[in-house]
Design a protein around this ligand. Structure first.
Ligand code: FAD
Ligand code: DLZ
Ligand code: SF4
Length: 510
């Protein structure tokens, strides 16, 4: 009899730890304090995962499999995965523990010690739910000076023959990003996101989360996420039918009061295993071939999954554990309180934080060019920024969160993932959103109390990091502009930054 441990982001019936399961085996799933509180996850994230875990366990039981499910408020719940495995081993005569390798370094590191602690062998199997194995990624990365996503992505397109035509990319180009930067238009008819009514299982979890996690970040109500594979597939199909068509055009656009835009809202389902990446890619490709989505939309969406998602996972395992402590720019400022409360005069930040609080979701450009851009410009410490991103989003797991935060937004890895920092002034946010119209600050004013803080923070960021960034060939133009500034302008920037940071540190509303 084998003991097969299934973790909360391993909710896939074909997962490697179950590949040879038999009815005589014991499958263990547990809701434990260790995992629910290693960061104080958003209430919706815990609700989603616990409910999805309970539904998945129910499906396995229906298949006649033997599942031991330990609920969070089970009086004998020890709170730790190791102790739950030990308890199960004591109650049943299992001769081996089988687990698919955890997706996070932290937990893999722990599980690798279990073989010495437990009385039976512990077998860790590879997680084969990704489209590129780690050894394949390492082979691709080996010997390359720069690990650019674009080249990795092209190999993945060839490997899976996605959007290919006679050995080359359909349409003659690999990447249609240039068409995917439309600013928001007036009068867009944006479809609602997929909404599921909580069933009895989810309602039980909601009550549990209200009781045990009331001090965690975020709004619990309303809760509408899918929690089963069938529901997640319905959410995917709804995206393909209703939003994919305009996904590309408005991929970077932000509109006040429209948190979902034309994005897919499936990362949480992909990351816990309810959806698999290839089926998402293939459904988008099929929509293109049917004529239901233009090439810029289908290619743009496919690149996110076949390219970015696989690439950041490859980088994570290639560079951990060093990646976690990387701080190339030496950023050391504390995360301001408004990241938790949304209580700031900067309307773009207020919108993105409020929506994050409400939905455990923000789309990519909100995460990157508003919330992330501010963290970069203000020099917030990578540890604090990483912790925030890891707990506020329902799709956040360290393997995908850390490279996006330390690599993509903070340039903490010194340029391994991004060829230059994604630093931008208020004019970018003004162009790609309608946030500025409702802001106390003005994006066109560069200095003084009414100036958009992103404007002076941008120049201060460049000046502060001169020694580290000036040599970057993609930054030459920006440093030339900085060099052209007279002393008076430089002084104004310094004065504004001092005033802003002093007020922020003193917890005044900035
Ligand atoms: P869509 O915009 O519809 O994209 C489709 C899918 O592509 C996503 O579901 C996701 O699986 C994948 N994808 C898109 N961009 C990326 C990317 N940069 N890296 C990896 N996969 C990508 N994504 C997470 O899944 N978990 C995270 O914790 C996470 N943290 C992020 C932190 C920062 C600072 C940034 C800039 C990005 C982060 N992302 C993260 C990537 C991306 O923002 C989210 O995947 C996306 O917003 C999820 O919404 P969606 O499903 O509507 O995605
Ligand atoms: C994120 C999460 C949460 C909130 N709770 C649990 C849990 O109680 N039990 C569990 O098995 N997994 C949970 N997870 C997901 C794990 O944190 C995730 O599997 C690891 O981080 C992957 O290394
Ligand atoms: Fe954000 Fe500046 Fe625009 Fe205000 S003016 S919404 S702070 S970019």
């Amino acid at each position: 009899m084998k003991l097969r441990l299934i973790l909360g982001d391993q909710l896939t019936s074909s997962i490697s730890s179950l590949s040879d399961v038999s009815k005589g085996d014991l499958i263990l799933m547990c809701e434990v304090r260790q995992e629910a509180t290693y960061v104080k996850h958003h209430k919706k994230k815990i609700t989603f995962l616990f409910s999805a875990m309970r539904h998945f366990a129910g499906d396995l039981k229906q298949q006649g499999l033997n599942v031991r499910y330990v609920g969070y408020d089970d009086p004998n719940n020890t709170g730790s995965l190791l102790e739950e495995v030990r308890t199960a081993l004591n109650l049943h005569s299992c001769d081996e523990v089988i687990v698919t390798k955890p997706s996070e370094y932290r937990l893999l590191d722990e599980l690798q010690t279990w073989a010495e602690i437990l009385p039976v062998p512990v077998v860790l199997r590879d997680d084969d739910r990704f489209l590129s194995s780690q050894s394949e990624f390492n082979l691709w990365a080996n010997g390359r000076k720069q690990l650019r996503m674009e080249y990795f992505y092209r190999e993945m397109r060839r490997k899976y023959s996605i959007l290919m035509d006679a050995g080359g990319p359909i349409g003659g180009q690999w990447n249609y990003d240039a068409e995917n930067r439309k600013p928001p238009a007036n009068g867009l008819d944006i479809p609602e996101t997929y909404k599921e009514t909580p069933d009895e299982i989810t309602q039980d979890v909601i009550a549990l989360v209200e009781t045990h996690f009331s001090d965690h970040f975020g709004d619990l109500f309303p809760f509408h996420f899918a929690v089963t594979r069938d529901q997640a597939l319905a959410a995917l199909d709804e995206f393909i039918a209703r939003r994919l068509r305009l996904f590309g055009d408005y991929q970077d656009a932000m509109i006040q009061g429209e948190p979902w835009m034309y994005h897919s809202h499936i990362a949480l389902y992909l990351n816990c295993g309810l959806l698999n990446p290839l089926e998402c890619v293939e459904r988008a490709e099929a929509a293109f071939h049917r004529g239901d989505a233009p090439l810029n939309a289908a290619e743009g969406f496919i690149r996110q999954i076949l390219g970015w998602r696989e690439y950041v996972r490859g980088i994570y395992w290639l560079k951990m554990p060093d990646y976690k402590v990387a701080n190339f720019l030496g950023a050391d400022r504390a995360l301001p309180d408004f990241y938790w409360s949304g209580d700031t005069q900067m309307n773009c930040m207020r919108q993105c934080i409020t929506e994050t609080k409400q939905n455990a979701y923000a789309h990519h450009i909100q995460r990157l060019m508003v919330l992330g851009n501010f963290a970069l410009l203000a020099g917030l410490h990578p540890d604090e920024v990483n912790e925030w991103y890891l707990l506020v989003y329902a799709d956040a797991f360290e393997w995908v969160e850390l490279p996006n935060v330390s690599g993509m937004i903070l340039f903490a890895d010194g340029g391994l993932l991004a060829s230059k920092p994604y630093a931008a002034s208020g004019s970018y946010i003004n162009k790609m959103s309608n946030y500025c119209g409702s802001c106390k600050y003005k994006p066109t004013v560069k200095n003084g109390p009414t100036a958009c803080p992103f404007n002076y923070l941008y120049w201060d960021f460049l000046a502060r990091n001169d020694g580290k960034l000036r040599g970057n060939p993609r930054m030459g133009f920006m440093y030339k502009s900085l060099d052209r500034m007279n002393d008076e302008k430089r002084q104004a920037i310094q004065d504004d930054c001092r005033r802003f940071f002093n007020a922020m540190q003193a917890n005044e509303k900035v």
